[in-house]
Ligand binder design. Structure first.
Ligand code: 13P
Length: 224
């Protein structure tokens, strides 16, 4: 069942481990099949280097295991995030180093750089989901509420969550949040711990694709 999606989950989980975003079996990856609503999720406590597609678990929306062994202990958190954000089909949870440092300090990351405008941020800020015990309904609620405000979320005293319309986008966002945390760390270090000039939500709303760029009538290729 859902073999292609499971393979994709495995590829992304291995990529996250090799990139250093998920070390020591930490983190988990899931993807929702839009047709059935089933969620493919990494198994609990399996090193991604040895992870295979047949170990990926399939869950229904009520947390019933349809296929596979022992799903991630954070399965409820993933399911609640899908319910909170019907526009997403993939989630990557990491314990990546620099982003986790800000998460441990309960320090939201403000919009210090313009590229943050693409992440559906409320108040132009990467928010922190309040700490709750891992694996619990309380944590699932805390993260699901926060993911309504942003595609990138810090989890207090825990790690990060990145969501996307598909697995590649969720992975890219997980990579991004770590990179942004690094840049923010350097800014604070170079600036005596002070925030730099910060963008507002209004600044972000002003961006549009430049209308000076026009297509020739005989231009071929994708029409996006
Ligand atoms: P699982 O291996 O159960 O997914 O847990 C890993 C983790 O990082 C929990 O936050």
């Amino acid at each position: 069942m859902l073999e292609e999606l499971k393979e994709h989950v495995v590829r992304i989980a291995k990529q996250a481990q090799r990139a250093g975003l998920c070390k020591h079996k930490a983190g988990n990856v899931s993807a929702k099949d839009p047709e059935t609503g089933y969620v493919c999720i990494t198994p609990s406590g399996v090193d991604r280097e040895v992870l295979t597609a047949d170990q990926v678990c399939v869950l229904d929306e009520n947390l019933n295991v349809i296929e596979g062994g022992k799903p991630s202990s954070e399965s409820l958190m993933h399911l609640e995030c899908y319910k909170a954000r019907p526009d997403i089909n993939a989630i990557v949870h990491t314990h990546s180093t620099m982003a986790s440092a800000f998460a441990c300090l309960n320090k939201p990351i403000p919009a210090f750089i313009f590229e943050l405008f693409v992440f559906n941020l409320d108040n132009a800020t990467i928010p922190v989901a309040p700490y709750k015990l891992p694996g619990t309904t309380d944590l699932a609620e805390s993260v699901a509420n926060t993911v309504k405000k942003s595609d990138l979320v810090l989890m207090e005293r825990h790690g990060t969550i990145a969501v996307g319309k598909d697995l590649d986008e969720a992975y890219e966002n997980a990579d991004y949040i770590e990179e942004l945390a690094h840049i923010y760390y350097y800014i604070l270090t170079l600036n005596n711990g002070q925030d730099p000039k910060i963008f507002t939500e209004q600044d972000f709303k002003e961006w549009k694709y430049p209308d000076q760029i026009k297509k020739n009538e005989d231009c071929t290729g994708p029409q996006n």
